[in-house]
Design a protein around this ligand. Structure first.
Ligand SMILES: [Zn+2]
Ligand SMILES: [Zn+2]
Ligand SMILES: [Zn+2]
Ligand SMILES: [Zn+2]
Length: 503
C-alpha cells in the first residue's frame, strides 16, 4: 500500500488552489481496501465535501465519437478544417490554438512526427491525455504513481498502437513507462469515458484523472456523488446522505442499476477487486430485486434471485417455493426478456414501447429487473429530448409514472442524492406543476361554465316571470274573449230575459 501521508502531501499540492483551511476529509487507512477518503466531521446530505481538478484531461476519441472537438477546451468544432495547421495532428479551435497548453502539446506531437497530420486520427487524439503526463512536474507525476494501477497484460496496448501513428515516437524507456503507467491509472481510477458533454445533440466523451477522486473507494451504494463544473472541468463531490465523522466517503465505479452479478463481473474484470459492500452481500439487493426473475414453475408467483454474488455462475433460489435453478437456466430467461424489451426499445416507436412496458412485459419479467429499468430510463430520456410524436396525456402520465418507479427503486436500495435523482425530481416537479396548472385552468373553466349556467337559469326565470306577468295583463282579452262570448251572450240573454221579463 502506498503511504497515506505521502499521498496526502501530494494531494495538498495538487489541490492548493482551492483546498479549504479546514477540509471535511482526510486520506486514511480504509476498511474497504488500502487507503480511502475519510470524513473529518459530520456531513449533511447535499453538502460539498471537496472540489478536485483534473490532473489530466483529454478527448476519449472512442469509435462512436465525432473527432471534431477541440483538444483543449473540448468544445465541438465545425466538421471541416478543425485540425491544427502546425501539423501536430490535433483538432484545435482558433482561440485555443494560441494557448500555452496547445504550444506544449503541439511541440511534443510535432517532434514525434504524425504520419498524416491533416487527418483526424482517433488513436493520436486519444493518446494526448496520456502523453501530457510527460510534461507534468515531478510532484504531479509522483502523484500519478501514488494512485492504484491495474498493471495487467493489456495496459501497454494503447501506447504500442499509438507509436505506429508517428514517424519518431519516443523510444526512451522512461517516457514510454510514464505513458503506460498513466494508461493503467486512468483505467483503474480515472474516467476513461465520461459522456455528459453534449453540444447540439452530438455527444462525445472524454477521459480524465481526478487524483483525490481516484483515492476514494467504491461502494455499490455510494454515500457521495459528483458533478462537473463546465468552465473549469472541476469536479464537485457532495454528500449523498448524512455522513458521520470518521466514516469513509465512497463513490461508485459501476452503473447504479446493474444487478449484483453483472456488477461483480465488471469490478473484477475492469477494476481488479471483489466488492463486499452491503448491497453485494444481499441477494435481494435490499429488496430492490434488480436482477430478480420469475420462478420457472408457472404456478409459483415467486421471484428468483442468485444465491450468492461472489461467483460468476451462482445457483438461483425462488424466494417462495425455494426451487433451485442453475445460472444457465436463469440466464436463458433473462436473455429472452432482454431481447424482447431491447427490440422494442430499438423499434423507434415510443408509443409501442410504453404500451409494451405498461401492459405486456410484466407477464414475463418483473418490473424491478434492470432491463425494465433501463428501458424506462431510455423512455424518459427520449421524452426529455421532446422529439417524440406522442400526445400530451401519454407524455405526462409516462413521465410521472416512470420517474416515480425509478425513484422508488433508488429508495429501496438506500441510494441518497445523485445527479439522476435531481433530474428525476425536476421532471416530476415540472410534470406536477403542469398538471396543477391544467387543473386550475379546468376548474376556472368549470366555474365559468357554472356561472354561465347560473346566469342562463336566472335569465330563463326572468323570461318566465315576464311572460307570466304579460300573461296576467292580457288574459282577459285573448283568453276570456271567446269563452266570454257565449256566457256573455247567454248572460246577456239571461240578463236580458229578466230584463225583458222585467221589461
Ligand atoms: Zn478550444
Ligand atoms: Zn498544433
Ligand atoms: Zn458492492
Ligand atoms: Zn417458485
Amino acid at each position: 500500500m502506498i503511504c497515506p501521508k505521502r499521498t496526502s502531501e501530494l494531494l495538498d499540492l495538487h489541490l492548493a488552489p482551492f483546498k479549504d483551511k479546514d477540509p471535511a476529509w482526510e486520506v486514511g487507512v480504509s476498511k474497504i481496501a488500502g487507503r480511502g477518503v475519510m470524513a473529518t466531521r459530520q456531513l449533511k446530505r447535499g453538502e460539498i465535501i471537496f472540489q478536485d481538478s483534473p490532473l489530466l484531461i483529454g478527448l476519449a476519441a472512442q469509435e462512436e465519437d465525432t473527432l471534431n472537438a477541440c483538444s483543449i477546451c473540448l468544445k465541438m468544432l465545425p466538421d471541416t478544417r478543425f485540425m491544427c495547421r502546425q501539423g501536430c495532428g490535433l483538432p484545435i479551435c482558433s482561440l485555443c490554438a494560441k494557448k500555452k497548453q496547445h504550444k506544449s502539446d503541439c511541440d511534443m506531437f510535432k517532434s514525434w512526427g504524425p504520419n498524416e497530420p491533416d487527418v483526424a486520427n482517433s488513436v493520436i487524439i486519444r493518446l494526448l491525455c496520456v502523453a501530457r503526463a510527460i510534461n507534468l512536474t515531478k510532484d504531479q507525476r509522483d502523484l500519478i504513481y501514488c494512485l492504484q494501477a491495474n498493471l495487467d497484460n493489456n495496459h501497454r496496448t494503447e501506447v504500442r498502437n499509438a507509436a505506429k501513428c508517428f514517424k519518431n515516437f519516443p523510444t526512451d524507456k522512461k517516457l514510454v513507462e510514464i505513458m503506460n503507467r498513466t494508461v493503467a491509472v486512468l483505467r483503474t481510477n480515472g474516467f476513461d469515458k465520461t459522456t455528459d458533454r453534449t453540444t447540439d445533440n452530438q455527444e462525445f466523451s472524454y477521459r480524465a484523472l481526478y487524483p483525490l477522486f481516484a483515492v476514494m473507494n467504491h461502494d455499490c451504494i455510494p454515500n457521495s456523488y459528483y458533478t462537473f463544473e463546465e468552465k473549469t472541468n472541476n469536479m464537485i463531490v457532495r454528500a449523498a446522505v448524512d455522513i458521520a465523522e470518521g466514516e469513509e466517503i465512497t463513490t461508485t465505479y459501476t452503473k447504479l442499476f446493474t444487478g449484483n452479478i453483472a456488477r461483480h463481473l465488471y469490478l473484477k474484470m475492469k477494476k481488479g477487486f471483489t466488492c463486499k459492500c452491503s448491497r453485494c452481500s444481499d441477494p435481494t439487493e435490499k429488496g430492490a430485486y434488480i436482477s430478480g426473475l420469475y420462478c420457472r414453475d408457472t404456478k409459483c408467483s415467486g421471484l428468483v434471485v442468485p444465491e450468492t454474488t461472489g461467483l460468476p455462475h451462482p445457483n438461483w433460489n425462488c424466494l417462495v417455493c425455494k426451487q433451485k435453478s442453475t445460472h444457465a437456466q436463469m440466464m436463458k430467461s433473462q436473455d429472452f426478456a432482454s431481447g424482447a424489451i431491447n427490440a422494442k426499445v430499438n423499434s423507434n416507436s415510443l408509443r409501442t414501447l410504453v404500451h409494451y412496458l405498461n401492459e405486456k412485459s410484466d407477464s414475463f419479467i418483473p418490473s424491478s429487473n434492470y432491463v425494465v429499468i433501463d428501458a424506462k430510463m431510455s423512455v424518459l430520456q427520449r421524452l426529455a429530448q421532446g422529439r417524440e410524436d406522442c400526445n400530451e396525456d401519454l407524455v405526462s402520465s409516462t413521465r410521472l409514472r416512470y420517474s416515480r418507479d425509478i425513484m422508488q427503486i433508488m429508495d429501496k436500495l438506500g441510494l441518497g442524492d445523485s445527479l439522476l435523482r435531481t433530474q428525476l425530481e425536476q421532471q416530476l416537479h415540472k410534470e406536477e406543476e403542469r398538471r396543477a396548472k391544467k387543473q386550475l385552468e379546468l376548474a376556472a373553466k368549470q366555474r365559468q361554465l357554472a356561472d354561465l349556467e347560473q346566469r342562463a337559469a336566472e335569465a330563463d326565470k326572468l323570461i318566465a316571470l315576464a311572460l307570466a306577468a304579460d300573461a296576467g295583463a292580457a288574459t282577459p282579452v285573448p283568453v276570456a274573449e271567446p269563452a266570454a262570448v257565449a256566457p256573455v251572450a247567454g248572460e246577456a240573454a239571461a240578463v236580458a230575459a229578466p230584463a225583458a221579463e222585467q221589461a
